[in-house]
Design a protein around this ligand. Structure first.
Ligand SMILES: Nc1nc2c(ncn2[C@@H]2O[C@H](COP(=O)(O)OP(=O)(O)O)[C@@H](O)[C@H]2O)c(=O)[nH]1
Ligand SMILES: [Mg+2]
Length: 335
C-alpha cells in the first residue's frame, strides 16, 4: 500500500502494535487516523482504522464497566512492567527448558523441574549485554487445551518471542506444534518479523526466534530434522542446550541485536565526565529530540541544542533536535 505514511504514523503504529490495554490501543489508533494522509489511496486503510477504533472503544467500555460483572474478575491479568533495552518472552510446551534458559541468562531463580506446569506466573529476569540489560520473561507452558490469556498480551507488547522446543524427548515435537497452533487461534501470532496485519488491523505479529533446546541429547538432531519436516518455520533458528551456558553466546548477542537500539551516555554540561554507568537505550533512527523527551517532557519542549562526542561526528559538535543518534554517543542536552 503506497500510502506515503509519515514517521509519526509509523511510530504510532509501533506503539499500537505493542499496546497493553484497550485504552492504550485506542489512543494510538486515533493518532494513526489523525496522522494518515487523507486521499483516495488511503480510503481503505482509513475505513479499517475507523472500524477498529469503534471495536476497541467497545472493549475499553466493557472493561471499565466489567468491574462489577460476574466472571470478569477471574481473568487474571499479569502486567510485567517493561524494563531495560527491550523485552523477550520465552514460550514453549511443558519441560522445553524455558525456566532453565531464564536461569542460564539472568540472575532470576525460577523453579526448574522435570515435571510440567512448574511455572504459573510470568517470571521476569534481566539479561546483561555489555553495559545494558534485556528483560526476559519466563512463562507457563502452552498446550492445545491451555493458554494463560495473559501470555498473548505479553507477546504482543514484547520485542521478541523465544519459542523453545524440547528435543530431549519424542513428545517435544508434537508439543511444540501445539504451541504454534494454539497461538494461531489468537490475535497475536509468531512471525519472522514484527508487524501489523495489512487487512485486519487488530492482528499483530511478533518477531520470533526458534530455540532448538537440549541439543546435548543424542537423539536431538534427528528429532529436529523430523520437526522441520512436519512444521517448517520461517524463524531464525538457534541450536542450544539451556543447561550449557557456552552454547548460548550467539543467542544472547542476537537477542540484543534484534532490539536494534543505540546506547546514549548523557553528560551534564557542568561536569567533565559523562554518566557512563547507565546508558539510555533508544531505537536506531531516533533523534536528539526523542532523547530529550525520554529524559523529561519539558526537555523536549525547551530543547535548544545538543553537543555530541561520538564515532560519527567531531568531538563537541553542536547538533539540533533532528540529529540521528549513533550507538555510544556521549551527549550534552542543552535546554
Ligand atoms: N539435557 C538437558 N536438559 C535440560 C536442558 N534444558 C532444560 N533441561 C531439563 O529439562 C527439565 C525441564 O526444564 P524447565 O526449565 O523446568 O522446563 P520448562 O517447563 O520449560 O520451564 C529440567 O529437568 C531441566 O533440567 C538442556 O539443554 N539439556
Ligand atoms: Mg518452567
Amino acid at each position: 500500500m503506497p500510502a506515503n505514511l509519515t514517521q509519526q504514523y509509523k511510530k504510532a503504529e509501533e506503539n499500537y502494535r505493542r499496546a497493553e490495554t484497550p485504552e492504550d490501543e485506542l489512543k494510538w489508533l486515533q493518532i494513526m487516523l489523525a496522522e494518515m494522509p487523507k486521499h483516495k489511496g488511503t480510503d481503505h486503510l482509513q475505513a479499517k482504522l475507523k472500524t477498529q477504533i469503534s471495536q476497541v472503544k467497545k472493549e475499553a467500555e466493557q472493561q471499565r464497566a466489567g468491574g462489577g460483572k460476574k466472571g470478569s474478575g477471574t481473568a487474571k491479568s499479569f502486567r510485567v512492567p517493561r524494563q531495560g533495552a527491550g523485552t523477550a518472552v520465552i514460550i514453549g510446551g511443558p519441560n522445553a527448558g524455558k525456566s532453565q534458559l531464564l536461569t542460564a541468562l539472568t540472575r532470576a531463580t525460577p523453579e526448574v523441574a522435570p515435571y510440567p506446569f512448574t511455572t504459573k506466573q510470568p517470571q521476569p529476569g534481566m539479561m546483561a549485554w555489555e553495559d545494558v540489560f534485556v528483560q526476559l520473561i519466563d512463562t507457563p507452558p502452552i498446550t492445545s487445551d491451555f493458554l494463560e490469556p495473559y501470555i498473548v498480551g505479553l507477546l504482543r507488547s514484547a520485542d521478541l518471542a523465544l519459542l523453545m522446543i524440547d528435543l530431549g524427548d519424542d513428545s517435544g515435537i508434537e508439543q511444540c506444534k501445539e504451541v504454534i497452533d494454539k497461538l494461531a487461534t489468537t490475535k497475536t501470532r509468531l512471525a519472522a518479523e514484527s508487524s501489523l496485519d495489512e487487512e485486519d488491523v487488530g492482528l499483530a505479529f511478533t518477531k520470533t526466534f526458534f530455540l532448538a533446546n537440549k541439543m546435548d541429547d543424542p537423539e536431538a538432531e534427528d528429532r529436529l530434522g523430523l520437526f522441520r519436516e512436519i512444521c517448517p518455520l520461517p524463524f531464525r533458528e538457534f541450536k542450544i542446550s539451556a543447561t550449557l551456558p557456552e552454547t548460548l553466546t550467539e543467542l544472547r548477542n542476537a537477542v540484543y541485536e534484534s532490539l536494534d537500539v543505540v546506547r546514549i551516555y548523557t553528560k551534564d554540561p557542568k561536569k567533565k565526565e559523562a554518566d557512563r554507568d547507565r546508558p539510555f537505550t533508544l531505537s536506531r533512527g531516533d533523534t536528539l529530540l526523542d532523547l530529550a523527551e525520554l529524559i523529561h517532557k519539558d526537555y523536549a519542549k525547551n530543547l535548544k541544542f545538543g553537543k555530541v562526542w561520538g564515532s560519527a561526528v567531531h568531538d563537541g559538535t553542536v547538533v539540533k533536535g533532528d540529529y540521528i543518534l549513533n550507538d555510544q554517543d556521549v551527549i550534552e542536552v542543552h535546554v
